[in-house]
Design a protein around this ligand. Structure first.
Ligand SMILES: NC(=O)c1ccc[n+]([C@@H]2O[C@H](COP(=O)([O-])OP(=O)(O)OC[C@H]3O[C@@H](n4cnc5c(N)ncnc54)[C@H](O)[C@@H]3O)[C@@H](O)[C@H]2O)c1
Ligand SMILES: O=P(O)(O)OC[C@@H](O)[C@@H](O)[C@H](O)[C@H](O)CO
Length: 460
């Protein structure tokens, strides 16, 4: 039996760095990505993060019990590299808004970052803040009643609350740094925060426009949820028992576009790139990586696969992924050899047997994901007179998923679309295509593909 030890700063020897940023959404990804980039910046000792859970109340025990340090286990096909990451200086529950406000009112706070999922930005179909969302409406009502002391729950309103505290303290602006898989995520965050501000106080909105920088980022590192088997593996191989363990892959990429009025860690030391135009980077990643992830999440789960590695080992799925990539690459203004290298790297990342990335996790929130990962290519291919067969297959698999096949449906926005996808197959396809803004001429092809999925589904 291995003797286990827990992590602590006393044993680790590194003090917590002074807090210079807050993060909202203390999931696995930020710990594998931004925290790791910060950890490996040469000025890491100056750049502590105060990290807040996105939705869970109360202090996150897994981290607070070990002084907010944790193990990041980087798993390649043939090696495991554990490291203790120390860049989170303090961690808080989602409801600790006193701490949240207090950090924003510190002059040295430089930026607020987010990983709150695509759905966490609470957007309506036009990309603005969804004022009909009951959580948004109740946050706005709380702010109208209680002002800066309000207890709000949604990410856009939490960002606004923090910025109100900063303005009330007579300080200048900061940067907002969204790190979710959304195109031009800086503009997305800006729009929803400003919509909230305008609904409350136009002068506050003006202050934000003049002072706050909304930075866009392309983020990449495949980071599945860690499992009890991962924790046992770490214990067996290192003697460390870490409930906050995060497992990730060796590959990491971070492309950033925007300004930081109060500074930032020197993330370029750890490989981050700063660019003027982020769009080609976002499209390459969202269409090739996330698009094929969504394809596998719906289509391969119907065939019985559980993980990305299982899915890509199935020659049928590999062919579908390649077909999708061929279509998407026609719309990426990047050199052919660069795209070929990216595709080859993706195939080996997907096949990594030590990254158990569940298709069910990736399948969540399709209503937010298909419109940015798949639909733009389908439309562009149809407009060019081609059949868009690879992209339409993803749409067909998603309709099958909405009709109960493959990975379980987990999507707060699915209520309406589920009704559209129900009933007679052809009529359902026509309704969903109209909803996605895809030409109805594709209906026959999608219906035929849906029928194939319905007849090949593995039932459990
Ligand atoms: N895991 C990855 O491989 C990966 C890679 C690139 C980008 N991302 C981005 O990071 C996001 C989070 O991924 P993760 O792996 O950390 O997931 P996770 O399930 O570990 O954590 C999700 C986090 O989001 C918060 N959250 C969920 N819904 C929210 C809401 N409505 N409002 C506020 N906070 C909310 C949760 O509280 C939690 O802190 C993804 O949705 C994606 O946009 C993830
Ligand atoms: O995280 P999501 O839910 O936006 O999408 C699921 C996966 O496609 C995603 O997490 C990828 O693994 C990630 O974007 C790789 O960097």
């Amino acid at each position: 039996m291995t003797e286990s030890r827990a992590l602590s700063r006393a044993a680790d020897g590194r003090p917590a760095a002074p807090v210079r940023s807050v993060h909202l959404g203390l999931g696995n990804f930020v710990r594998a990505h931004q925290c790791w980039y910060t950890e490996h910046a040469t000025d890491a000792a100056q750049w502590g993060i105060a990290a807040f859970s996105g939705t869970t109340s109360g202090p996150p025990a897994d981290l607070t019990d070990q002084d907010s340090i944790y193990t990041l286990l980087t798993r390649a096909t043939d090696s495991d590299v554990p490291e203790v990451v120390s860049s989170i200086s303090a961690s808080f529950g989602a409801d600790d808004l006193d701490a949240w406000r207090e950090f924003f009112a510190r002059p040295e706070l430089a930026f607020a970052s987010t990983t709150v999922t695509e759905a966490g930005y609470c957007r309506n179909a036009d990309g603005g803040l969804d004022l009909d969302d009951s959580r948004v409406a109740s946050d706005l009502a709380a702010l109208r009643t209680d002002g800066a002391d309000a207890q709000v729950r949604t990410a856009p309103l939490k960002l606004l609350l923090g910025l109100m505290a900063r303005r009330a303290a007579g300080l200048g602006g900061i940067a907002v740094l969204p790190c979710d898989n959304l195109p031009e995520n800086g503009a997305v965050a800006r729009r929803v925060v400003l919509d909230a501000a305008r609904a409350l106080d136009p002068a506050l909105a003006d202050w934000i426009v003049q002072n706050v920088s909304f930075v866009s980022t392309m983020v990449d590192r495949i980071t599945p949820r860690s499992t009890t088997a991962d924790r046992s593996h770490l214990l067996a191989t290192t003697g460390i028992d870490d409930p906050a363990l995060v497992v990730t892959e060796p590959y990491a990429e971070w492309v950033i576009s925007g300004t930081f009025p109060v500074g930032r860690p020197s993330w370029e030391d750890s490989g981050a790139r700063f660019v003027d135009d982020i769009v080609p980077w976002e499209h390459r990643k969202l269409w090739l990586l996330n698009g094929s992830h969504s394809l596998m999440a719906y289509a391969a789960s119907i065939l019985g696969s559980q993980t990305v590695a299982d899915a890509i080992a199935d020659p049928r799925v590999l062919g579908w992924v390649e077909q999708w990539w061929d279509e998407a690459c026609r719309h990426l203004p990047l050199p052919a050899d660069e795209l070929a290298a990216y595709r080859a790297a993706l195939l080996s990342r997907f096949a990594n047997p030590n990254i158990r990335h569940l298709l069910a996790q990736i399948a969540a929130d399709g209503t937010q994901k298909l419109p940015v990962r798949i639909v733009p290519i389908v439309r562009a291919e149809l407009d060019a007179g081609r059949d868009a067969g690879g992209g339409l297959r993803v749409v067909a698999a998603w309709i099958a998923h909405l009709r109960g096949l493959g990975a379980p449906l987990q999507d707060n926005g699915a209520e309406q679309i589920r009704t559209l996808a129900a009933g007679d197959r052809d009529a359902a396809v026509a309704r969903v295509l109209a909803h996605l803004g895809i030409d109805g001429g594709a209906r026959k092809a999608v219906s035929a593909e849906l029928e194939r999925f319905e007849s090949s589904a593995v039932t459990t």
